[in-house]
Design a protein around this ligand. Structure first.
Ligand code: NAD
Length: 541
């Protein structure tokens, strides 16, 4: 709109619905779930203004019900990826010239669609195809996604408002241009909100995008795309393709117009992509932005002054919600000898009260892990622990894939602080505990700093302020998100911007202006009202 300086509606966090027995939202989400469960979906790629099929189909099964087919999707050939790039580039000129308030309106409308008419559907799809409990679906697919969209619009406005100083006779302006070319968004299976945010944050800043969701999140990805379209996102701005990740990535990275990657997933995949970008650097028109949030080996350390029930609750929630498949999930715990028995006894009673099964049954706290590879990987680890002499399973350790990929919440104790499961990201419901002598508090903090390649999240529990100061200082580089007397999961957009360093990523803090700044290439314009007309400076005398 011309002749107006508008302000976007100021965001606040989306309230989490309760889904308590008898609630309207519970009835609605369960009836939507049943409906999706009983109908077969056909998911096409979205390239430009076309829904695209291919000859290569793949079936979709719920992880907790792995013989019940709920639909299928089409996988791309190289030509589809080339079309997606072409369509993105063709849409670029119109999209990046669209007034930013209009882009804001599209994504604000998308947030309202998620909050209202699409809430039950996006939650039910996330429950069904990613096996999240209703609470985990609600905080991810509904609330976090809505928050990403609304807060990022506010951050976009703040970025544009940030302008340089002027001096007499001179006016300086910064135009926050989108990147020249297209952005590649690659998203993981575990968060519907991240899948929506990776393409949307770049598009919001005026970029065009080719988006490749994970093979295990395609069901809710399709609903995200429907929401963006209903919100008014023009064709070709976000192009959604499925299929062989290596072929797709290689095709994208060979294109001279590739201008940035917005990635979330495992560390190894991200490092491989970074190497490929390095090898292709001579072909690109511009230095690509590389933004990646990757793996974690997130810790909880308790000081002897901590309260055992609080530490045990942090472990139960931090390690086992969504089966430990959060990048922020606690997977290594350090307990002082003096309180370890009390914490473990609380944990035992917690885990004995937990039931596991389909997310359709709201009594279940734990559901299935995402796919067969994850299940097999975890079974292998559990069987190895059973044989090893320096580790022991004290709770759980059971598994069963006859109906779905179910792994019991498992607690391991090790006498070796560098034991495999203290260092390696397993991405499942398995937590390893190391018991340290109370008097070695400072040494144990240093040990945490030297264990594992990651630095994503971590938590310290203590009632002693000196001990908390030790932890904050010694663990400075161990976590991009550090929690005092709270579990290491559950970051909220607008409150705890999220991201880690070391092997955990580029720490560009999803859901903050730090992240959005990666998707712009500022152009400074200096205007002088009365230009100089004589080259001589006064000092020349
Ligand atoms: P993944 O690395 O297997 O897959 C992530 C994405 O990369 C998917 O779209 C996948 O298809 C693609 N991919 C896989 N192999 C590829 C290849 N060779 N070349 C190009 N692309 C490829 O991860 P996942 O199993 O979907 O998700 C779990 C991982 O994501 C964990 O390591 C977790 O810690 C991480 N994660 C991190 C954050 C964070 O914010 N730090 C958030 C969520 C998940």
């Amino acid at each position: 709109m011309a002749n107006s300086l508008t302000s976007v509606p100021y965001p606040s966090n989306e309230p989490i619905k309760s889904y308590a027995p008898g609630s309207v939202e519970k009835k609605e989400v369960l009836s939507t779930y049943k409906n999706l469960y009983n109908t077969s979906i056909e998911i096409k790629m979205r390239i430009g203004n076309k829904d695209v099929k291919s000859d290569n189909k793949a079936s979709i099964y719920p992880p907790h019900d792995n013989k019940h087919k709920i639909g299928f999707y089409y996988r791309s050939d190289k030509k589809h990826i080339e079309q997606a790039i072409k369509s993105a580039l063709e849409s670029r000129e119109k999209w990046c010239k669209m007034p930013w308030e209009s882009r804001a309106a599209i994504f604000l409308k998308a947030a309202d669609l998620v909050a209202g008419p699409f809430r039950a559907k996006i939650n039910a799809a996330t429950m069904l195809a990613q096996s999240k409990t209703i609470f985990q679906a609600e905080i991810d697919a509904a609330c976090e996604l809505i928050d990403f969209l609304r807060f990022n619009v506010q951050y976009m406005q703040e970025i544009y408002t940030n302008q340089p100083n002027n001096s007499p006779g001179i006016w300086n302006k910064i135009s926050y241009r989108p990147l020249e070319g297209f952005v590649y968004a690659v998203s993981p299976f575990n968060f519907t909100a991240i899948a929506g945010n990776l393409p949307a944050s770049a598009a919001m800043m005026g970029n065009v995008v080719v988006w490749k969701p994970s093979d295990y999140q395609i069901y809710s990805a399709k609903i995200l795309m429907d929401i963006f379209r209903e919100a008014g996102l023009p064709d070709g701005v976000i192009n959604m393709v499925f299929g062989d990740p290596e072929m797709i990535t290689n095709t994208i990275l060979e294109n001279s117009n590739f201008s940035g990657i917005h990635f979330t997933g495992s560390t190894k995949v991200f490092k491989d992509i970074w190497k490929k970008i390095g090898n292709n650097i001579d072909y690109y028109k511009t230095y690509p932005r590389i933004v990646g949030e990757t793996g974690g080996k997130d810790f909880i350390i308790a000081h002897p002054s901590a309260k055992p029930a609080e530490v045990a609750t942090a472990i139960t929630r931090g390690a086992f919600e969504f089966q430990g498949q959060k990048c922020s999930a606690a997977s290594r715990v350090y307990l002082p000898k003096s309180m370890s028995e009390k914490v473990i006894s609380h944990l035992k009673s917690d885990l004995n009260s937990i039931s596991m099964g389909s997310p359709e049954d709201f009594k279940n706290f734990v559901t299935a892990v995402i796919h067969k590879d994850a299940y097999d990987r975890l079974v292998k680890v559990i069987e190895k622990i059973k044989k090893d002499t320096d580790a022991e399973i004290i709770l759980g350790g059971g598994y069963d894939d006859s109906k779905g990929y179910f792994i019991e919440p498992t607690v391991v104790i090790t006498t070796n602080p560098k034991y495999d499961t203290m260092e390696r990201e397993l991405f499942g419901p398995l937590v390893t505990v190391y018991i340290y002598p109370d008097e070695l508090w400072g040494e144990t903090l240093k040990l945490i700093d030297q264990t594992s390649e990651y630095a994503l999240t971590g938590a310290v529990y203590s009632q002693d302020r000196y001990a908390l100061e030790d932890a904050v200082n010694i663990l400075e580089n161990c976590a991009g998100n550090f929690y005092i007397n709270d579990k290491p999961t559950g970051a909220v957009v607008g409150q705890q911007p999220f991201g880690g360093a070391r092997g955990s990523g580029t720490n560009d803090k999803a859901g903050s202006s730090i992240n959005l700044l990666r998707w712009v290439s500022p152009r400074l314009i200096k205007e002088t009202f009365i230009p100089a007309s004589n080259y001589r400076y006064p000092f020349l005398g």
